[in-house]
Ligand binder design. Structure first.
Ligand code: HEC
Ligand code: HEC
Length: 204
């Protein structure tokens, strides 16, 4: 007598369960694979990890490819309560479909500038240098996602500092036209630019 309802129940869970098992929504994928470090919606709470919310899907895809090919070496990071790993290893565990879904998901989230104290005098100098040398590609003071480059305005100071260092030593590559300008910057000018971005860049 009990047989039928049990069978019916199994069929029902099968029907409901399948779509979830086959294709986890991108927000679930993002939370499981990236959220520990970047925040579930791509707004990072750790100053060593960049926020990626609101970057264009093309930018994110390009960055993931750079990690996958080894053009960009991931920095190892151990999130609170999670496993230490780096972007190279993270990307290896993703299918092409995952990467596309994640790039789409994070591009639709809202970038939030981190409220950080910035040195106003240095930031003002940085704004001047940015306008002259960087605004062409990092427009609206480094806050326009449509440039297909990382959002710089409102990014964490520690992460920006590390990025500038990697670009300076050549550990990270950059577009040729950027390199021509970047390599002429003095140490002080780099500090000023970082303060400008920390202050929010164009969204001050
Ligand atoms: C263990 C922590 C960790 C996890 C998990 C992780 N990331 Fe990262 N991610 C980082 C760190 C740290 C950086 C910056 C340093 C570097 O270049 O490796 C970074 C950098 C990035 C960048 C480059 C951002 C920029 O401004 O250049 C992108 C894009 C990115 N991650 C996307 C993702 C996606 C998508 C996932 C999930 C599939 C993910 N990350 C999972 C730690 C992590
Ligand atoms: C010709 C265009 C161009 C110019 C000029 C340019 N950039 Fe870039 N920049 C880019 C692109 C494109 C990227 C993304 C490269 C990547 O995905 O690795 C980038 C990436 C960066 C990054 C790394 C961000 C991250 O988190 O991944 C920093 C920092 C940066 N630029 C700073 C500057 C500064 C400072 C200047 C001015 C001195 C400048 N750029 C001028 C095009 C440019």
């Amino acid at each position: 007598m009990m047989k039928r309802p049990v069978v019916a129940l199994l069929c029902l869970t099968g029907l409901i369960g399948l779509p979830f098992a086959n294709a986890a929504g991108p927000e679930i994928l993002a939370r499981e694979k990236c959220g520990n470090c970047h925040g579930d919606e791509g707004v990072s709470r750790n100053d060593r990890v960049p926020s990626i919310a609101g970057f264009s899907a093309q930018t994110i895809s390009g960055m993931l490819e750079a990690y996958a090919s080894g053009d960009r070496r991931g920095v190892r990071h151990k999130p609170e309560g999670g496993e230490e790993t780096d972007m190279g290893e993270v990307v290896k565990a993703l299918t092409d479909e995952d990467k596309k879904a994640l790039a789409g998901f994070f591009s639709q989230q809202k970038f939030r500038a981190h409220p950080q104290d910035a040195n106003a005098a240095l930031a003002a100098e940085g704004a001047r240098i940015h306008e002259e040398k960087c605004e062409k590609c990092h427009s609206d003071g480094g806050t326009n996602a449509n440039d297909d480059a990382a959002i710089l305005g409102g990014q964490w100071r520690a992460y920006l500092g590390k990025g500038f260092k990697q670009l300076t030593t050549g550990e990270r590559t950059m577009p040729e036209k950027m390199r021509k300008r970047f390599e002429k910057l003095s140490k002080d000018q780099k500090t000023q630019l970082i303060e400008y971005y920390v202050s929010g860049g164009g969204k001050r």
